[in-house]
Design a protein around this ligand. Structure first.
Ligand code: 7TS
Length: 414
């Protein structure tokens, strides 16, 4: 039985009916951002047409409606990540801003000279550069979880790296390059035994895997709504409430205050302490429609669909003699992200040839330059799937790749 009605799902996404270079669009760049269903686009227009107002301040009807719609999304997100309480769900601009919030607020208060921050070797720059800056400011050190040959976390090495000096383990839930699903709960066990905290970068994980902060056993979780059918400009930080209570504000100004005197300020309570200024009201509200859409499909079905597509694509890619595929080969151990190279062909050339057939993939370093250095490549081509992708699209992708392989010439793969 099909996990959901794929044809109906495709009809819900207006953009999927457009053509690119005279061919129907095949959108395989979902790890960068996902497309938006009509209900999300309508939620945006509906807000602006009917109840556009600033929130948390007005006593008029429009402001009350906007405030309750905005706060209802906080509750949807709390439920989506199975968080125990609402006040620990904080809206940011994106996952990157949420990591920066933790690095500035928790990091500057808690990281001391000689402390170690443990990252994996496949982190996106967003979960790497903020820690580099913090470490150099505080005299702390970055330590890395190395990957196995198949691009997975080596738990034995992790156990040898996470220790008394570790203050934080900051890891991705799913790699945006290798697709690897990280055993976060196992790492959290090691981290907590060493007295360290765990931050999970859920930018790739949360849109594709059923998520529970309790099961992950993490202390902070960050993610971006635009990768899960929502608009751009909305991210989330979830943190353990007792940690967030003890943290100083990140940005300051309106909304994050309780009372202000000429010479001092008393901060607002959670979550508002971390939401300074007018937030991205419209996009948060439309994010709620995205969450509702994913809930209607069911995250288990989303995952099942992606496993099926990934299995199919990995299998078909074996037909390409010249292709080198990175990451775990077992679709159950990875998300729907397939990075690959043809020996001696620049990934940008692959991307351009595919674009001529209306197929959108990404090529480059994917904001993971240290991982590219480990892989000894400048970049990779990357196809990434979501709920609306089909096996037929993967066939078109494979045909175009075979064509590209012919055009670019055959060079034996290593
Ligand atoms: N973490 C991971 C694992 C990511 O894949 C990304 C974005 C981010 C953090 C940052 O998310 P943002 O919403 O704050 O920008 N990844 C990608 C990608 O792979 N291609 O484009 C963006």
């Amino acid at each position: 039985m099909k996990a959901f009605d794929l044809e109906q799902v495709r009809k819900d996404f207006p953009i999927l009916s457009r053509a690119v270079n005279g061919k129907p669009l095949v959108y395989l760049d979902n790890a960068a951002t996902a497309q938006k269903p009509a209900c999300v686009i309508q939620a945006l227009t509906n807000y602006y047409e009917h109840y556009n107002a600033n929130i948390h301040r007005g006593i008029h009807t429009l402001s009350e409606e906007a405030t309750s719609a905005y706060e209802a999304v906080r509750e949807s997100i709390r439920d989506f990540i199975a968080a125990p309480c609402l006040r620990s769900v904080i809206f940011t601009r994106n996952a990157t801003e949420a990591v920066n919030l933790v690095a500035h607020s928790w990091g500057r208060t808690n990281i001391l000279p000689g402390d170690e921050i443990v990252l994996s070797a496949m982190e996106h720059h967003s979960n790497l550069v903020p820690w580099q800056l913090l470490a150099s400011e505080r005299g702390a050190k970055l330590v890395y979880l190395e990957l196995t040959e198949s691009g997975e976390i080596d738990l034995q090495q992790a156990a040898s790296v996470i220790g008394a000096r570790t203050k934080l383990v900051a890891v991705t839930m799913m790699s945006n390059v290798l697709g690897t699903i990280v055993p976060v709960a196992e790492l959290a066990k090691l981290a907590h035994a060493a007295g360290a905290l765990v931050l999970v970068d859920g930018a790739q994980g949360v849109p594709h895997l059923k998520t529970s902060v309790t099961e992950l056993d993490c202390d902070f979780l960050v993610f971006s709504l635009h990768k899960m059918l929502g608009p751009t400009g909305v991210g989330v930080l979830w943190g353990r409430p007792e940690l967030l209570e003890a943290m100083p504000p990140f940005l300051s100004g309106g909304d994050m205050i309780g009372s202000v005197w000429r010479d001092r300020v008393k901060f607002n309570e959670l979550p508002y302490k971390f939401e300074a200024g007018t937030p991205n009201i419209a996009d948060v509200i439309a994010s709620g429609a995205a969450i509702d859409y994913l809930n209607r499909l069911g995250m288990d079905n989303v995952r099942a669909h992606e496993i099926e597509l990934t299995k199919y694509a990995l299998n078909r890619m074996k037909e390409l003699d010249d292709a080198l595929v990175y990451g775990p080969l077992d679709a159950n151990k990875r998300g729907g992200v397939i990075s690959f190279n043809f020996a001696d062909v620049h990934p940008h050339d692959i991307g351009q040839i595919l674009n001529e057939s209306g197929i959108a993939i990404r090529a480059g370093h994917h904001c993971c330059q240290p991982l590219m250095r480990d892989l000894k490549v400048a970049g990779t081509a990357r196809a990434s799937f979501y709920i609306y992708n089909t096996k037929d699209e993967i066939d078109q992708f494979l045909e175009a790749l075979q064509e590209a392989d012919k055009v670019m010439g055959h060079v034996a793969c290593r």
